[in-house]
Each structure stands twice: as C-alpha cells, then as structure tokens.
Design a protein around this ligand. Sequence first.
Ligand code: ADP
Ligand code: UDP
Length: 237
Amino acid sequence: MKKTKQLYEGKAKKVYLTDSPELLIVEYKDDATAFNGLKKGSIAGKGVINNQMSNRLMERLEQAGIPTHYVEELSERETVVKKVSIVPLEVIIRNISAGSFSKKYGVEEGIVFDQPTIEFSYKNDDLGDPLLNDYHALALKLATPEEIETIKKYAFQVNEVLKAFWNECGITLVDFKLEFGKTSDGSIILADEISPDTCRLWDSKTKEKLDKDRFRRDMGGVEDAYSEVMNRLLNHK
Ligand code: ADP
Ligand code: UDP
C-alpha cells in the first residue's frame, strides 16, 4: 500500500490517495484546534495515541457487528481506511451533560441522563457546524431517510459498546462525535476517528477530565491525560 497524492489536510489528520482506488491512508498529526479553529496548538504524541486508540476501538466495534472504515494500521501515525463519501453530519451522542449541552440549556456538567441523546450538526466549518434535525438534513439532501435511520441505529450501538468498554477501564464515556460515510456500493459505515479529541472521557472515580477539554479549557496535563487513557485501553484484558 503506497500513498500517491495528498487528498486533503484537515485540522488533525492528512488524507492520502493510494494505489488502490477504494482505499485511503490517513496520517494523524499532533496539531490540536478548538472552537472551530480559533484556538490552535499542539499536543505532543497525540497523533500516535489517536491513531492507535481509534483503530483498537474500531476493531472492537467491528467485532460487535458495526461496520467501520478501518482496514490496517500501517505505522504509529498512519492507517489504511476504506474510502467513503463522508455524510456531512457530525453525530453527537451524550450520556451525561457537558460542553455545549450544559451551556445551551443552562445546566451544570455531570447530570447523568436516563437515556442517551443524539443530535446532528451540519459539518460545515464556514457555517460553524450548525445544529440541525433530521428534517433539516433531509431538506438539505445530506442523507436519505434510510441512511439517517441507519446512522442513528449504529450511533446508539457504538455508544453501548464503547460505554461498556470504557467502564471496564475505569472511564466514564460522557459524550462523543461520530462521522459516517458511504462506500462505493452505497452502504453506510463508521469513518473518521474515535479518540480523546472526539470523546469526553472522565475518570470514573475522581471525575477527572481525560480528554481534549484539558486543551480547550487550558487545564494543563493534556499529554498526560491522553497517555493515561491509552494506557488504560492497553491494560484492558
Ligand atoms: P477536519 O476536516 O474536521 O479538519 P481532520 O483533520 O480529522 O478533520 O481531517 C480528516 C478528514 O477526513 C475529515 O474531513 C473526515 O471527514 C475525512 N475522513 C475521515 N475518514 C474518511 C474516510 N474513510 N474516507 C474519506 N474521508 C474521510
Ligand atoms: N466534538 C467533536 N468535534 C466537533 C464538535 C464536538 O469531536 O467539531 C465532540 C466533543 O469532543 C465532545 C462531543 O462531541 O465529546 C460534544 O461536543 P459539544 O457539543 O459539547 O461541543 P464543544 O463543547 O466541543 O463545543
């Protein structure tokens, strides 16, 4: 598998075409951004951790019957994935109040919901990823009704698998963002990444934040938090 041409450079990853038309190589960077790119920085070793963590989690999701783009880890920062056409929706699942939910609805962080919530944002940096509902997504032709149903079903399944897994690592899965894509045969699969950049992860006992909120909120100890989460994952039996 060889990189042929860079297709895209995003905020956290570079994406390359390969000698196989159905496959891409993603390369994880240490660059970190927040607040739609307003805050910029770097988290040493993040690319290596996010690459490997995302791959291990996607392997687990595959085992649980959820199709993902993961194909093969090439190096500590590079992974071969199935090429998809990304559905331009950020799919957010929440188990506990935090972040924009707390701000928008005026509630403290840490309220445990009776059942998880799901919301969509339109993946569009120029518009600041505005929140939208199913009807808006259909009106904008971002996905078909069947695709939206499939995405919701997979997203809740991902939540159950990851919640249980992180719980066994002594970590509470607060909320997370997923992206889905369409393969050349039209099926919906999970794409992008699952990492402390895209999930809120709290130590189950101390409630200490072990994710990108440490960067967003200038809390310090960012690298240590990412390493701690990776070590817990690696030590999981
Ligand atoms: P951003 O675009 O938000 O800055 P990244 O730096 O993570 O984010 O860039 C990775 C880009 O690759 C994202 O736009 C993401 O939607 C896209 N992507 C992720 N997985 C795949 C895939 N399997 N096929 C095609 N594109 C993908
Ligand atoms: N998230 C993400 N990318 C985004 C927006 C959110 O990965 O562009 C993740 C974020 O890390 C958190 C969850 O989605 O785990 C919910 O984020 P929220 O809506 O609370 O927004 P934020 O506080 O990041 O502005």
